[in-house]
Design a protein around this ligand. Structure first.
Ligand code: GSH
Length: 224
């Protein structure tokens, strides 16, 4: 039986990236299996209650445990793995960080509409929603380089995959989402340079994302 953790993944999934980033920050070796979410394998459906990635498989004497939900996986890694702490030690600060992780998930919900809709009106609504949420993030950021200053945290692991989308989106449309948001823009830059963030996706991520947009006939590809 292998002793390594296995991350059940999808090439583009931002939630998977959170777990991959946390594992890399903790210096934990892991295997990664990418599945096709359009044709979910039976073995995956048996162990994924919600039919979603990521899953973290953890070898046990009795077989293999599978954790689902990215925030649960990240919290488990924080509690069980040595290495850099990814949550503050203070309970109030830790709770605050968990709140901002949730906030990142709510940005992802709006971003899903922004990137997949074929309709101009929905696109504009989602663009405004994402812009408003990042304007709020701007008000809680300090001098950086990361969300909580010098220490990289799980909040950063949540925001890095969100920013990554814009490496492609910026080349397609003048969305203005980060206009005037100097702290958010600096955070985006710092996260893009972080090795754990860089290696959380494969080299062909941008090409795959472009294929995904074309498959959805995304308005994003036609927007001015
Ligand atoms: N709340 C979940 C969200 C995970 C999620 O939405 N994963 C997507 C891919 S990015 C998925 O597996 N979708 C497949 C489906 O819904 O059928 C988490 O944080 O892990």
């Amino acid at each position: 039986m292998t002793s390594a953790l296995t991350l059940i993944s999808h090439h583009l999934c931002p939630y998977v990236q959170r777990a991959a980033i946390a594992l890399a920050e903790k210096n934990v070796a892991f295997d990664r299996i990418n599945i096709d979410l359009a044709a979910k394998p039976d073995w995956f459906l048996k162990i994924s209650p919600l039919g979603k990635v990521p899953l973290l498989q953890i070898p046990q004497d009795t077989g293999e445990a599978a954790l689902f939900e990215s925030s649960v996986i990240c919290e488990y890694l924080e509690e069980t793995q040595a290495g850099a702490r990814l949550h503050p030690t203070d309970a109030l600060e830790r709770a605050r960080h968990r709140g901002w992780m949730e906030y990142g998930s709510s940005i992802l919900s709006d971003l899903w509409g922004f990137e997949t809709t074929g309709d101009a009106e929905t696109f504009e609504q989602k663009r405004q929603a994402v812009a408003a949420k990042f304007a709020t993030v701007e008000t809680v950021l300090g001098d950086g380089p990361y969300f909580a200053g010098n220490d990289f945290s799980l909040v950063d692991a949540v925001f890095a995959p969100i920013f990554r989308y814009f490496d492609l989106f910026d080349t397609l449309v003048d969305h203005k989402i980060f206009n005037g948001l100097t702290r958010v823009s600096a955070l985006r830059q710092a996260l893009a340079e972080r090795p754990s963030v860089r290696k959380a996706v494969a080299a062909d991520y941008g090409e795959r994302l472009m294929v995904f947009l074309k498959q959805h006939d995304a308005y994003l590809l036609r927007a001015q």
